[in-house]
Design a protein around this ligand. Structure first.
Ligand SMILES: Cc1cc2nc3c(=O)[nH]c(=O)nc-3n(C[C@H](O)[C@H](O)[C@H](O)COP(=O)(O)OP(=O)(O)OC[C@H]3O[C@@H](n4cnc5c(N)ncnc54)[C@H](O)[C@@H]3O)c2cc1C
Length: 388
């Protein structure tokens, strides 16, 4: 195996302490959270109290100015353990960075320290029942009023952290006839009149993740709710595009960690499972199959680590991140399928981690931009046209 060179001893110490946190605060409860469809809110405040949220934010806003490798460690550990209910990554590395990069000083002061303690949980709401891949087709509007406030109407679906969300970045049309150039981002706080949440959705996987619908019925938003203030009016699409490489790489990072863990569980299983008087691992088919999977996961890890290096140097482009997202999540699903097969009937039983990992993997090819959309993005970087 090729040694990974990204992480320092400090990073490794952080990995150990996060593993201890997972063992104490997540492992004993995750199965129950899968049944209820969402994690307990306390696991957010406990993580915040121990400095496991928004670490990469500046100290002035409650973070530690940590580099992104700390967040990557969390993503890898949660994915490898199958703790797919935890929405820390989206909160820390998608929602908080939007506020840091584009927010006004007052918005940063108001939201970021509360997100770092876990007092506020963040979500981002782009997708609508009739618009996912085709984000320009969203129907949610935020129409400016005479006093400078906005009135928000519409609905969103499949929103990660939606049920627990205290602050939601809502993508809305502020000039419905201007397409992408008429889109803005708003910071919507839970509890505001006219804003309601649906119950967590019943999903194939990510059973403990509180994915839900959000509804906006004449929600009055002050002018200060526009992310970045009036300078950012109608510039929401630009912000969304700028953040894509890192968001897509995060999915690839989770995919590789989950696939590697699945190979580990399967190795253990095939060594102990006896059939026809010998271990399943004794069949050449089993050994060659695992060798092939391990080779591909190793290739994926090297590629993802290179993308991470580029990201840390601010050089990761959208097409390369899209390659990582599409290829690693396709691989993850292939690995899960083969590993389920090597588990036989037990691979179909929910009590086995491989079964949960198989279910959790499927959505990785869909969210964050489907893998078909990733290929559209890649073709454009090759000088080939495309609509999406
Ligand atoms: C568990 C989960 C969590 C999610 N979390 C969030 C969240 O936090 N926030 C959020 O905003 N959204 C979230 N999503 C939504 C997710 O990003 C969308 O589901 C995804 O972008 C696909 O959009 P869609 O469901 O509308 O599919 P559609 O766009 O309807 O796609 C249907 C099919 O058509 C294909 N297709 C579409 N366009 C093209 C094209 N141009 N060329 C070729 N094929 C194409 C797609 O690849 C797909 O196979 C989540 C979804 C899930 C399931």
């Amino acid at each position: 195996m090729i040694e990974r060179t990204l992480f320092s001893p400090e990073h490794q110490a952080f990995r150990d302490s996060f593993r201890r946190f997972m063992a104490a605060e997540i492992a004993p409860h995750h199965a129950a959270w899968e049944v209820q469809g969402f994690v307990d809110k306390q696991v957010w405040t406990k993580a915040g109290a121990l400095g496991f949220l928004c670490m990469t934010q500046p100290e002035a806003y409650g973070g530690f100015d940590a580099d992104k490798l700390y967040s990557i460690i969390q993503m890898e550990e949660l994915s490898a353990a199958g703790f797919s209910g935890m929405g820390y990554g989206l909160h820390t590395e998608i929602v908080a960075p939007y506020i840091l990069h584009y927010g006004t000083e007052a918005q940063k002061q108001h939201f970021l320290p509360a997100m770092a303690t876990g007092a506020m949980v963040g979500a981002i709401a782009m997708t609508e029942p009739a618009a996912g891949s085709d984000l320009q087709g969203i129907k949610t509007t935020a129409m400016v009023q005479a006093d400078g406030s906005y009135v928000l109407n519409g609905s969103k679906t499949f929103i990660t952290n939606g049920w627990h969300s205290d602050v939601v970045i809502v993508v809305a049309k502020t000039n419905p006839t201007a397409g992408a150039k008429g889109t803005s981002l708003f910071l919507l706080e839970a509890g505001v009149q006219g804003f309601t949440k649906g119950k967590p959705l019943n999903k194939l996987g990510l059973k403990a993740q509180d994915t839900c619908e959000l509804f906006f019925d004449n929600v009055r938003l002050p002018a200060t709710a526009l992310l970045g203030g009036t300078d950012m009016l109608n510039k929401g699409f630009v912000c969304l595009m700028e953040q894509l490489p890192w968001e897509r790489l995060q999915i690839a990072i989770g995919a590789v960690a989950a696939a590697q863990a699945a190979i580990g569980w399967t190795l253990d299983y095939v060594k102990q499972r006896q059939v026809f008087g010998q271990a399943v691992a004794a069949f050449q088919h089993t050994r060659f199959t695992l060798a092939e999977l391990q080779t591909e996961v190793q290739i994926a890890q090297v590629f993802v680590d290179k993308c991470t290096e580029l990201l840390l140097q601010d050089k990761l482009d959208t097409a390369t991140a899209s390659m990582a997202k599409y290829w690693c999540t396709d691989l993850q699903c292939k690995v899960m399928d083969v590993c389920v097969q090597l588990h036989g009937g037990n691979g179909f039983m929910w009590e086995y981690p491989i079964t949960r990992a198989y279910a959790d993997a499927r959505v990785q090819r869909i969210y964050g931009g489907t893998n078909e959309i990733m290929k559209e993005v890649i073709t454009r970087s090759m000088g080939l046209g495309g609509k999406a």
